[in-house]
Design a protein around this ligand. Structure first.
Ligand code: FPP
Ligand code: MG
Length: 321
């Protein structure tokens, strides 16, 4: 991600400030937390969530208020905390082309660093001037936890498409919806605009996560910045795999579901998935949610931020990392 990416331009000053603030989150804290913060925010991620907060706020009259950047920081911290914990759960060793916190410092430090980040996020949210936005942040964290718990405690069987969509709505789309809706609320946008941006965020999030799940099967490690094939290796069935099994049948389905596979087994099964139409069908499904997100945008006032939101929607679903 570069500072010149089109959809960032309108809010680049706030994003630059936010990146500085994120690098500073560990200041004055325990040196190990300061080190994990430096590691995590030394090379910022795509900053999609803060960008959505800042753009969505522009649909309300109070978009210049400093509290908007506080919300953007809070939600990016929730996201980062959830990734730190998710990498422990997944046993992932690499993210954004660098070692995960658990790989570098161990699971114990990673748990506490995630907790610390989450507390920092909530400290920012707690002093926002609207209780309904504070409540939205809390509800979103419940949704993330519910989605993650569904993922790790589900029965070992092939999920239906509906079950898959429910899970990704909780673990991913809820946070995108909160970014858009919360920002509009905080900026005193009309209730109709708040609801529209919430719906945009949900459809954006569904498209984003399906694209993410396609990349896990069809990307390459270096471009993606993390190990490809992890969902399959862990027996975590995603939409392209669910579709692939329509062609591969239940015997292969049982092999997909095995929780710990050898790298040879994962490689063989990846080849099987890639031979089916599962990946293309999942891309089409991501395209469907992208179209819904774009259609919702059309009902917003015609202003440059609306075009930027459309652009970020294309970026999120066509990205290679
Ligand atoms: C990444 O998904 C993980 C999430 C979207 C949510 C994780 C949520 C939690 C761990 C619970 C909430 C915790 C806190 C502290 C707020 P993925 O595994 O599909 O993506 P990946 O391939 O990038 O890991
Ligand atoms: Mg993961």
């Amino acid at each position: 991600m570069t500072a010149t990416a089109g959809f960032r331009t309108l809010v680049s000053a706030e994003l630059d400030e936010l990146e500085r603030r994120l690098r500073d989150v560990g200041r004055g804290a325990h040196p190990t937390f300061a080190a994990t913060v430096a590691h995590l925010f030394g090379s910022p991620g795509k900053m999609l969530r803060p960008t959505l907060v800042l753009l969505s706020a522009r649909f309300g009259p109070s978009y210049r208020d400093a509290k908007i950047v506080d919300l953007a920081e809070s939600l990016e911290l929730v996201h980062t905390a959830s990734l730190v914990h998710d990498d422990i759960i997944d046993g992932s060793l690499m993210r954004r082309n660098q070692a995960t916190v658990n790989a570098r410092w161990g699971d114990e430090v990673a748990v506490i660093s995630g907790d610390y980040l989450f507390a920092k996020a909530y400290a920012l949210a707690a002093v926002l001037p609207k209780p309904e936005v504070i409540s939205l942040v809390a509800q979103t964290v419940f949704a993330l936890c519910d989605g993650e718990l569904k993922e790790i405690t589900g029965e070992p069987r092939v999920p239906t498409e509906r079950e898959y969509l429910e899970r990704i709505e909780l673990k991913t789309a809820s946070l995108y919806a909160a970014c858009c809706q919360g920002a509009a609320m905080l900026a005193d946008a009309d209730a109709e605009i708040v609801a529209t941006l919430g719906s945009f965020g949900t459809n954006f999030g569904l498209a984003f996560q399906i694209a993410d799940d396609v990349l896990d099967l069809d990307g390459d490690d270096e471009t993606l910045g993390k190990h490809v094939g992890q969902d399959l290796e862990r027996g975590m069935l995603t939409l392209p795999m669910i579709y692939a099994l329509d062609e591969l049948g239940p015997v292969v389905g049982r092999r997909f579901l095995a929780a710990r596979k050898s790298s040879e087994e994962t490689r063989d099964l990846l080849k099987d998935v890639r031979r089916t139409s599962g990946i293309d069908r999942a891309r089409e499904r991501a395209g469907h949610f992208r179209s819904l997100a774009l259609a919702v945008l059309e009902t917003l006032p015609d202003q440059p931020e609306r075009d930027a939101l459309a652009e970020i929607t294309y970026f999120a679903t066509e990205r290679e990392r």
